[in-house]
Write a protein that binds this ligand. Structure first.
Ligand SMILES: [Fe+2]
Length: 310
């Protein structure tokens, strides 16, 4: 059973708001944002008033997500499930939604369970994505988080909020074993994924799904024209999520992914194991360099541990 949730919005805290504004309007091709009195900006992807919320701060990371509940009963049920399992779950005011309950996942990410997000009064329009994005019952796309305690995240998202496991990742890169969980809460193959990997930020990447392939190709060309640093070249993930996409850097350093043709899961899904992309998705020099730095950091951290505890 799906838990009656969609990924409703993402909240980023960023040190360079002006760079994000340029990135979101020029690279992502989104309309000019809603500007709030507290300095934050809300960007649209569809008929909802805001899907990507960018606020000023030092984190340069994803600091919150909104999980839109199907109805009030779903919100009440999940808030009770969180409280029963020992997590915080407090009713709160959230701008632009009718009701909200805020919790915190084990990685420290604010998770807002909401109903009744505000709608825009004008139709969504983007020259870069003339057919828009795949959202609605599938939510806005996905977010991939890095956190070293996969079991704790599984307890929160799967055992408490009712996400299903779509795929598992088990991959060795040099001396590091990377494990991951790809989680669904509606037919979208994954709305959240969690990587147990030594990464510098909580957010590995977020993904927006274009309605058509041509818009992905145009975005790929745009990234290169604007000098946006690529991480993975255009490529295609394998079944059961054959998204054709590319990855590049946001102004905060973590990645974004733009793709089309994402996979669908059903309610009685048997989790598989993630395989390599059959073509493309080749790491750029920038990504190889970042990976090497992360591995070195990991190696020294591991060596330092016995000395520090001796
Ligand atoms: Fe992705």
């Amino acid at each position: 059973m799906f838990p009656g949730l969609t990924l409703g919005y993402l909240i980023f805290e960023v040190s360079d708001l002006a760079a994000w504004r340029t990135f979101a309007t020029e690279m992502l091709g989104l309309p000019a944002p809603l500007e709030h009195a507290n300095g934050s900006m809300g960007f649209r992807l569809d008929d909802q008033l805001q899907r990507l919320i960018v606020k000023p701060g030092d984190a340069d990371d994803l600091v919150g997500i909104g999980l839109e509940c199907r109805d009030d009963e779903t919100l009440d049920r999940l808030a009770t499930a969180l409280a029963t399992a020992g997590y915080d779950a407090e009713a709160c005011e959230v701008m632009g939604v009718e009701r909200a309950v805020r919790s915190t996942d084990p990685s420290g990410l604010a998770v807002e369970l909401v109903v009744g997000p505000a709608r825009a009064t004008t139709p969504f329009s983007s020259d870069a994505f003339p057919d828009g994005f795949v959202t609605g019952d599938h939510g806005l796309g996905h977010a991939v988080l890095a956190y070293r305690d996969l079991a704790a995240m599984r307890r929160y998202y799967v055992e408490t909020l009712g996400f299903g496991v779509s795929d598992r990742l088990e991959q060795r890169i040099g001396p590091v074993e990377i494990r991951g969980l790809f989680l669904h809460c509606n037919p979208r193959h994954h709305s959240i994924a969690i990587l147990d990997a030594p990464l510098p930020r909580r957010c590995h990447h977020f993904m927006l799904q274009a309605a058509d392939l041509e818009s992905v190709g145009r975005a790929y060309e745009r990234a290169q024209k604007l000098g946006v640093p690529l991480s993975l070249t255009l490529g295609q993930h394998p079944d059961p999520d054959p998204t054709m996409s590319f990855y590049a850097a946001t102004p905060s350093g973590f990645d974004f992914e733009i793709g089309a043709g994402g996979g669908i899961v059903h309610e009685a899904w048997d989790a598989g194991r993630v395989k390599a992309s059959p073509w493309g998705h080749k790491p750029t020099f920038r990504l190889k360099w970042q990976t090497m730095r992360a591995l070195v950091r990991h190696r020294f951290a591991r060596r330092a541990l016995p000395a520090a505890t001796a």
